[in-house]
Design a protein around this ligand. Structure first.
Ligand code: DI6
Ligand code: FE
Length: 402
């Protein structure tokens, strides 16, 4: 027997598709049972069956879908505060990467750590996200760059879902950077490490999707294509770090594989946007990396809008380019840096983030959806994007559990 919980007296931003204004229901009620939303609507329309149930009166608070971070690298060893300092003394992100720092310095620290240590260092970051109403997140590998450490990272990601009330979707990112032992032998790295490790990780049930970094400092489109071919043969969906620092046509390549998402996309052109629209690929906007790297090239928000490419927003939480564990701040940055609207920002961390992860049972508040909710001490959903450094979360409900 699962208990039925009625939430009354709430404003509800359902984010249900094709409804303007957040799909808002003023004076709404929501019925949860069996871990699912049974009913949502205006309080006056609450079916008589539910009227006698005890409920929680929310006193006009706002309910939104639980927040979803669809692009994170929260599992890693060490930190890169020193590189932050170097950048402030004039070195660029690319210079540091080419000099063996950057992603590779995190690779050394990650290889040295064991599962327990990686878990111990990742949990506070995940807890910070949960404290702001997060209920699902994606976690990538990509700091092991050898079979053993990549598998460990993915096992840590699975372990996080056992230690905390949160859904984790794992992404294998073996093609993130070339490790020092394969310097200038990218093709050999792909054939000898990336693809065999994908098979090993898949066999252990550790992979929900496959990602790569398509960039001058990382991998060329034809190398990424080989990884995507291997993923497709295993029936795994793909996504791509594309057009972050330059335009190599990564988003178009990803779209040709029916990718879930193309992420970063500051340098994306109209051709790429059109390909994404056609393939139903979500654009994942990562303002934390743009901000941290002091980028000036803006993602083509207007083009994405006009081609109706769904836009998600994510933290890109990682030790180098986005040491960010706040989706609320991410929303604020999406609005202030890129002129996204507060409604786009909220859809970006709920409905469209779910789409970017291929999750069809969450991200909007409707009957039959998973009961993942965030309840906020705010009057209007725009406040979630508007305030900076303030956490108005009242309660979080994960799979119907408060
Ligand atoms: N793009 C990014 O922003 C992160 N990875 C990637 O492919 C950066 C990762 C890092 O600097 O550690
Ligand atoms: Fe990333």
């Amino acid at each position: 027997m699962t208990e039925t919980v009625i939430l009354r007296g709430a404003k509800i931003a359902t984010l249900a598709s094709h409804q303007p204004s957040y799909g808002m229901i003023e004076d709404g009620a929501l019925v949860l049972s069996g871990g699912q939303i049974q009913w949502v609507g205006s309080q006056k329309d609450l079916p008589p069956d539910y009227c006698n149930h005890d409920g929680m009166d929310l006193d006009g608070r706002l309910i939104t879908p639980g927040l979803i971070d669809c692009h994170t690298h929260v599992v890693f060893g060490g930190d890169r505060a020193q590189e932050f300092e170097m950048r402030l003394h004039g070195a660029s992100y690319e210079e540091i990467a080419r000099a063996g720092g950057g992603i590779n310095s995190t690779v050394c620290a990650t290889r040295e750590a064991d599962l327990a240590l990686l878990l111990h260092s990742a949990l506070p970051r995940v807890d910070a996200m949960i404290s702001e109403g997060l209920t699902s997140l994606e976690i990538k590998s990509g700091y092991g760059l050898e079979c053993k450490a990549e598998l460990t990272m993915l096992r840590v990601a699975r372990e996080i879902a056992r230690c905390r009330p949160v859904t984790v979707k794992t992404t294998y990112l073996g093609a993130h950077a070339t490790p020092p032992d394969y310097k200038e032998r990218e093709d050999a790295y792909i054939d000898e490490v990336v693809i065999p490790t994908l098979h090993a990780a898949h066999k252990e049930g550790l992979v929900d999707a496959v990602d790569g970094f398509c960039e001058g400092i990382a991998f060329q489109p034809e190398q990424i294509a080989r990884v995507f071919d291997a993923a497709t043969a295993l029936d795994l969906p793909v996504k791509l770090h594309a057009e972050q620092l330059s335009n190599l046509g990564g988003a178009k390549l990803a779209a040709s594989y029916g990718a879930l998402s193309a992420d970063h996309i500051e340098y994306l052109d109209e051709d790429g946007v059109a390909a994404m629209a056609k393939a139903g690929t979500t654009g994942v906007i990562l303002p934390g990396a743009f901000y941290t790297l002091r980028e000036t090239q803006q993602p083509p928000i207007d083009l994405l809008r006009s081609y109706k490419v769904p836009m998600a927003l994510a933290s890109d939480c990682n030790p180098g380019s986005s040491p960010l564990t706040s989706l609320l701040l991410t929303m604020n940055m999406g609005c202030t840096l890129f002129r996204m609207t507060p409604q786009e920002a909220l859809a970006g961390v709920t409905r469209n983030a779910a789409k970017a992860l291929g999750l069809t049972d969450r991200g909007v508040l409707a009957a039959g959806m998973r009961a993942d909710l965030a309840i906020w001490n705010v009057e209007h959903p725009a406040e979630l994007s508007y305030r900076i450094g303030f956490n108005p979360l009242h309660k979080r409900i994960f799979g119907g559990q408060v």
